[in-house]
Design a protein around this ligand. Structure first.
Ligand SMILES: Cc1cc2nc3c(=O)[nH]c(=O)nc-3n(C[C@H](O)[C@H](O)[C@H](O)COP(=O)(O)OP(=O)(O)OC[C@H]3O[C@@H](n4cnc5c(N)ncnc54)[C@H](O)[C@@H]3O)c2cc1C
Length: 474
């Protein structure tokens, strides 16, 4: 028998075996073990968003209900249900400022309409000032932009629950929760596919394993991908508060000696805080009673600045100060949580049959609220490339196929990390530099051209992907 005939016979045999196995067990198999195109470790906003992007593409959709699913998603914890999110009176402590690009992404995967919209805060004005001078920056929408916003404020739970609901509607993903990756087995005989041992004892094959399992990513650790960067000597303290409704829909950020304090307006009187503080202050703040913590917050927001700086009005209108006094915090609504702040980058975002997205690939200081926006950009860039490769028949886990993702995502994330680091460092400069910074802030504040361009870049970063392969019909 010729070699070709023998291979054809083996292929036919394995196809028959796959068909029977799909029929009886509902799963495609390879060498007797379940097989998936993509296994995603981590069903947070970024991993779930990526799974949803693929599920929207015809290249990852089943033609019939009997056919097995080509995507498996693993998580240690059950994702929230949107009905439970809506029932909760108090906001989730983890709140993100969602950029225009991220809004478009959520719309394109069909999760937008499933969010609980009553819980979304809309930023119409943003004020940035400091305790070390009188300079401030105030961003607001022009008359013609009243239907727009400077970022939407959304709870982590609301986002994850809406995406998971959309995944359930699309029904193209198999969930294995709770389960996670125990180890990567050597699939020596076939380099194009990865054998994975799961904690549940199951073994599965995947063409591509996506690590979206957060900063302490198991995928990154088990693949031995190094991380570089540094820990800031700071913790981010988060919780929900109620405030007086001084100026509705205004987000505030005050740079204090220990780090920035942000107040993000949600619905009714609710807001969320992110307070970056050094370890000694973190320990003190976490020990305080709610009442004492409330007093600390009001003091941090309202204490007078320690230095006078000229206002430098460049136009007659600019002489009228539009500084808005921050609202008064009236109630602490839930437990304070904290997370260590860091500037971290994975040395590589890809490996053979592996890609990292979201916090698994990078994390930055939350002072510009870009963490999850950068993660969504990774999800878009990777989904675009995986769908393109699947369409033309390339192996989606091949390192050369994945290289384009790494190049695109790193360019965007490095540019973002450098600009965020620059702003952070600027606000840390002491003494005479603080004077120059305050004067600089006033110059920018009086220049509407500069401010409009800052707002444009924050909403739709020029390096962020703007087209979605899953919307393409070919
Ligand atoms: C308390 C807190 C408050 C925060 N507040 C802000 C903020 O105000 N602004 C901001 O920009 N950023 C904030 N962040 C950071 C922000 O949450 C992240 O940037 C964002 O969640 C990244 O999304 P992700 O999907 O990549 O990772 P994550 O949201 O961390 O999701 C990872 C998912 O993987 C799962 N997982 C973890 N390990 C495994 C494993 N071994 N196997 C399987 N699944 C696993 C987790 O259960 C989770 O569902 C905060 C973080 C914390 C912890």
């Amino acid at each position: 028998m010729s070699f070709i005939k023998l291979t054809q016979r083996i292929n036919r045999k394995s196809q028959i075996y796959n068909c029977l196995s799909q029929y009886f067990f509902g799963t495609a198999t390879y060498k007797g073990k379940p097989y998936y195109d993509v296994v995603i470790s981590g069903c947070g906003p970024v991993g779930a968003g990526f799974a949803c992007a693929l599920s929207n593409s015809p290249y990852f959709q089943r033609t019939s209900k009997d056919e097995s699913k080509s995507i498996l998603i693993l998580d240690n914890q059950k994702p929230p249900k949107i009905e439970e999110v809506s029932l909760n009176q108090t906001p989730d402590q983890r709140v993100y400022s969602i950029s225009g690009s991220s809004q478009k992404f959520l719309q394109s995967i069909g999760a937008w309409n499933l969010l609980d919209h009553k819980r979304i805060g809309k930023t119409e004005q943003m004020q940035v000032w400091e305790s070390n001078g009188q300079g401030y920056l105030k961003f607001h929408l022009s008359e013609s932009q009243q239907d727009s916003n400077l970022g939407l404020l959304m709870e982590n739970n609301n986002i994850v629950a809406a995406i998971v609901k959309r995944l359930e509607e699309l029904d193209q993903v198999e969930f294995a929760i709770p389960d996670s990756i125990e180890k990567f087995e050597d699939s020596q005989e076939n380099d194009n596919i990865q054998l994975i041992q799961l904690k549940s004892g199951k073994q599965v094959y995947a063409r591509l394993v996506v690590g979206s399992d957060g900063r302490y990513s198991a995928v990154k650790e088990k693949k031995g991908i190094p991380t570089y960067g540094w820990m800031y000597n700071q913790m981010g303290v988060v919780c929900s508060i109620k405030t007086t409704k001084a100026t509705k829909n205004t987000a505030y950020q005050r740079y204090l000696e220990g780090g920035p304090l942000a107040i993000l307006p949600l619905w009714d009187d609710y807001s969320s805080i992110v307070w970056s503080v050094p370890p000694y202050q973190y320990e003190e703040l976490m020990k305080l009673s709610d009442e004492a913590f409330l007093n600390e917050l009001n003091h941090a927001l309202c204490k007078p600045s320690i230095m006078d700086t000229p206002t430098l009005a460049l136009t007659p209108e600019a002489n009228k100060s539009d500084f808005t006094s921050p609202p008064i915090v009236t109630q602490i609504c839930n437990k304070r949580l904290a997370f260590p702040l860091a500037q971290l980058q994975s040395r590589r975002y890809i490996d053979k049959n592996v890609a990292l997205i979201g916090d698994a690939a990078h994390s930055i200081h939350p002072h510009a609220g870009q963490g999850v926006n950068m993660g969504f950009n990774d999800a878009v860039a990777l989904a675009n490339i995986v769908i393109k490769n699947k369409r033309v028949g390339h192996n989606i886990g091949d390192i050369i196929s994945l290289q384009e993702y790494e190049n695109q995502a790193k360019l965007f994330n490095y540019a973002n990390a450098i600009s965020m680091e620059f702003i952070k460092k600027m606000y840390e400069l002491p003494g005479p530099f603080a004077f120059i910074r305050n004067v600089g802030a006033n110059i920018i504040n009086n220049n509407s051209f500069l401010k409009e361009n800052f707002m444009k870049v924050a909403s739709h970063h020029p390096l962020a992907p703007s087209s979605y392969e899953w919307e393409s019909q070919n």
